[in-house]
Design a protein. Structure first.
Length: 713
């Protein structure tokens, strides 16, 4: 949808001196919203959703609706600082940019001279998902430096590896086309909190006669409002998918023409699912066999039908197998033929940006430096040798809060011989452990090219205010560091405008006709992509077909079809551990936080209430716990205090703790990730945050007041 500049809000100035400008939300969220920013006298005074954007539709989520509070937070880092007290104390003093850059360059040179460049580790993720600020000049810098490479696995690695093994590309239906669906299955995705602009699309589809089925262990707001909610035990979704496919094959509810033309390995899949009658799947998942039969019939009879899958279900030790199994279902039944139908986990493969030109991996030495999995940061900082990690450079991330196995991460960050630099907008938990803290711009102060891993619009973000203090974007920071290190390659001189042009230069047919000039005029442009991308096959797998059987996975020693393996921490996967820690804890996103982002803002903390654990009434009664009580949640990795809420949020034996609170706002100064494992998933080396057994007991609350009948007295 193109809108002429004459109708653009940024061309209007109100009588009160307010100028309305456009920006794009940069945070790690499906929606990637177009924002209207009201600026007066160089200061943001209001933020709202862009009514012209076909997906944003004039409103923002509760987190970004007051984005100016983040921009002007008292926690903003405005100047370079160096540590003056013990690590973790948060004691710093202001220094100049020259001193900061010289200190970093000198320490890097000394570390390289003694240990080699692999002793330096960059650590970043999606604090911004913008093309430039997420990964461009930073990657060039660390490639040229020869630093250890970071495997950025913490969010979506298992699911992405899984869908690539089945359909070859991170691509699914256009979410705007889901209004045509007759059945929407929201599987492992909290739409109302994590993808709020999907909700009106679902509601419009329902007005047209569609049914909404939610499959999720957590009975969140959207699950309560669905036509049907199924609550499997955490980490058992692959068993449910296998049971569904058993019914579909048994009843002949398959699109034989689609299977014959566009898939490979059906006979192997047929033999596999024959082992999973609904009764077996029911015993594993806790979902009655009759419901599995009913869901299979509903899926077969509903065209178009779409499986809208989230990232939560792949954050288990068996997460890759889970997504593989679910991803096979639409090909089996031919739902890929329909506009708005099929399977959607990610649409990030719908753009075709030139990442090679942006990141320049050719700058790396040969052989390439080692790769370190980001979820194993604690191990890397405390156990890795030859060489040890002697410098950590953090940006776009807050690992002291978000990384799993937090106790080990903090042990590593506390090393006096570890030189840690953090480039940040706000003084996060991680900043407290740094030696040097550098000020970063927010999205309102920087340029970026924005795509989405959900909708299909390329967007341009340009600054709407001047940078606060001495803050600089990632791109400028790494230009300065390149100069400080004496790098003379011309690529380190590229401007942000040149980087955008390089990103758009890959020759992808999806980007045909999209230029920087058009984006400056129109601000958002939809990619040129078929509405039903796999209606006639065309999959990006080695065979060009859906691969029910994957030789590539067989070569890696993985099941070439798909199988259910119990989560490593579960009653079936580890009975002895489950006897000591009988509660499966999942930690989905809090409604008012995005991972740890926004969790420092008083408005958001007040709305979220307190660090909470939702308990099933049976589990609470067995422990003499009532709503409002404070409880200790613990396992072999650590312990936290949370406030209990009792209700029908989940099955017995399953608890939910919305996250992530900053550690400084937790009763004991540690966050929920002291409980989570750094064990990687079965595919992709991803995070297994939700494979997490714990015990829960009453404890003394933060104010020290206890109930009269509290046995912990």
């Amino acid at each position: 949808m193109a809108v002429s500049r004459e109708t653009r809000p940024e061309s209007r100035r109100g009588a009160d001196g307010v100028v309305v400008k456009r920006a794009v939300c940069p945070h790690d969220c499906w929606d990637t919203c177009s924002m209207l920013v009201h600026v007066k006298d160089g200061r943001v005074v209001r933020v709202m959703g862009d009514p012209d954007h076909p997906v944003t539709r004039g409103y923002l989520c509760v987190k970004t609706n007051h984005y100016e509070e983040r921009v002007y937070s008292p926690d903003r880092v405005l100047y370079p600082m160096k540590r003056t007290g013990p690590k973790g104390s948060g004691q710093f003093e202001r220094i100049s940019w020259d001193e900061a850059l010289t200190t970093i360059a000198d320490r890097f040179r000394a570390i390289i001279a003694q240990y080699g460049a692999e002793a330096i580790l960059p650590y970043s993720y999606a604090g911004t998902i913008g093309t430039l600020q997420y990964g461009s000049m930073d990657r060039r810098f660390f490639h040229r430096l020869g630093a250890s490479q970071l495997d950025r696995t913490i969010c979506s690695a298992a699911g992405e590896a899984a869908i690539k093994s089945v359909i070859g590309a991170k691509m699914g239906p256009d979410p705007e086309d889901m209004v045509h669906a007759r059945l929407i299955v929201a599987w492992g995705v909290n739409v109302t909190s994590s993808n709020p602009h999907q909700w009106p699309i679902i509601q419009e589809a329902r007005r047209r006669g569609a049914k909404l089925v939610v499959i999720d262990p957590y009975r969140y707001k959207g699950a309560r409002e669905a036509d049907w909610h199924l609550s499997p035990r955490p980490g058992t979704d692959a068993a449910l998918a296998l049971g569904l496919m058993h019914v579909l094959v048994r009843e002949g509810w398959i699109d034989r023409d689609y299977v014959e033309r566009y898939t490979e390995g059906f006979e192997q899949l047929r033999r596999k699912v024959a082992e999973w009658p609904p009764e077996r799947a029911a015993a594993v998942t806790g979902i009655p066999a009759g419901d599995i039969e009913r869901l299979a019939r509903l899926w077969w009879e509903s065209r178009p039908g779409v499986l809208r899958v989230g990232y939560g279900l792949q954050r288990h030790t068996n997460g890759g197998s889970t997504v593989r199994a679910i991803c096979m279902i639409p090909a089996l039944t031919g739902h890929w033929r329909d506009r708005g139908g099929g399977f959607l986990l990610s649409n990030s493969g719908s753009y075709g940006l030139n990442s090679f030109a942006l990141r320049r991996p050719d700058l790396m030495p040969s052989p390439p430096p080692r790769t370190i999995n980001m979820i194993e940061l604690g191990k890397a900082l405390t156990e890795l040798t030859d060489p040890p990690v002697m410098a950590l450079f953090v940006y776009n991330s807050n690992p002291a809060s978000v990384a799993p196995n937090q106790s080990k991460v903090l042990a590593g960050l506390s090393r006096e011989d570890l030189f840690t630099v953090v480039h940040e907008q706000l003084f996060t938990d991680t900043c407290r452990w740094a030696d040097i803290v550098l000020p970063a711009t927010t999205q309102f102060e920087q340029t970026d090219l924005m795509t989405s891993y959900w909708h299909l619009y390329v967007q341009l973000n340009e600054p709407v205010i001047e940078p606060l203090g001495e803050a600089v974007p990632n791109t400028e920071l790494f230009r300065r560091l390149a100069r400080a290190m004496g790098f003379t390659e011309p690529c380190f001189q590229d401007s942000d405008e040149e980087l955008i042009r390089q990103a758009l230069s890959g020759g992808s047919p999806f980007l045909e006709g999209i230029t920087l000039e058009r984006l400056r005029q129109e601000r958002f442009i939809k990619v040129s992509r078929p509405a039903a991308p796999f209606a006639e096959g065309g999959f990006a797998t080695p065979s060009g077909k859906v691969e029910f059987y994957s030789q590539a996975l067989a070569d890696l020693g993985l099941d070439p079809v798909v199988e259910y393996t119990p989560p490593a921490e579960s009653a079936d996967g580890s009975p002895e551990l489950a006897a000591r820690y009988p509660i499966a804890l999942i930690t989905p996103a809090a409604h008012h936080f995005l991972n740890s982002t926004f969790a420092n803002l008083p408005r958001m903390r007040e709305r979220e209430g307190a660090p909470t654990i939702f308990l099933n009434p049976a589990d609470a009664a067995a422990r003499n716990i009532r709503s409002g009580d404070w409880v200790r949640v613990f396992n072999d990795r650590g312990s936290v205090r949370l406030q209990a809420q009792v209700g029908d949020w989940s099955q017995p034996g399953v608890a939910v703790s919305p996250s992530i609170w900053w550690s400084r706002h937790m009763p004991d100064g540690v966050g929920i990730n002291v409980l989570t494992t750094d064990r990687p998933t079965d595919m992709g080396g991803g995070a297994s945050f939700h494979t997490n057994l714990v015990q829960v007991e009453l404890c003394v609350p933060p104010d020290g007041q206890v109930r009269d009948d509290d046995p912990s007295r």
